[in-house]
Design a protein around this ligand. Structure first.
Ligand SMILES: [Zn+2]
Length: 117
């Protein structure tokens, strides 16, 4: 399961950060999931919660997921279309089929709240 290994690598980042900051607990994590990543948000959340429970550092940590809308840019007229659904077939301005996705496909760690005790 793709989401599970992504959740694991996010947790590994959190353990590193906690160690670097001398923190004993991660309280809250905010990530952004790129709209073109293909990640199933529910599966990712589920994987994170299960794996986080295995360590006292991340057990009970809140996960906040932000999903920005996908953007597509027309290569002919540079018109930008913001859509969260499927890729458009034609540019809505000039009907060109030369459309490139602009949204991200990564998980980006935006913010981490930690407790030092
Ligand atoms: Zn266009």
């Amino acid at each position: 399961m793709h989401e599970l290994s992504l959740a694991q690598s996010l947790l590994n980042q959190l353990y590193d950060l906690a160690a670097q900051n001398g923190a004993s607990r991660v309280v809250k994590v905010t990530v952004e999931i790129g709209p073109l990543s293909g990640i199933v948000q529910d599966s990712f959340e589920f994987g994170f919660t299960c794996l986080a429970a295995e360590s006292s550092i991340t057990c009970g940590a809140a996960l906040v997921i932000k999903t920005p809308a996908a953007e597509y840019q027309c290569l002919d007229c540079n018109h930008i279309m913001r859509l969260c659904l499927d890729r458009p077939l034609n540019c809505s301005a000039c009907q060109s089929k030369m459309i490139m996705p602009k949204g991200g496909s990564d998980i980006i760690l935006l913010q981490v709240e930690m407790d030092k005790e």
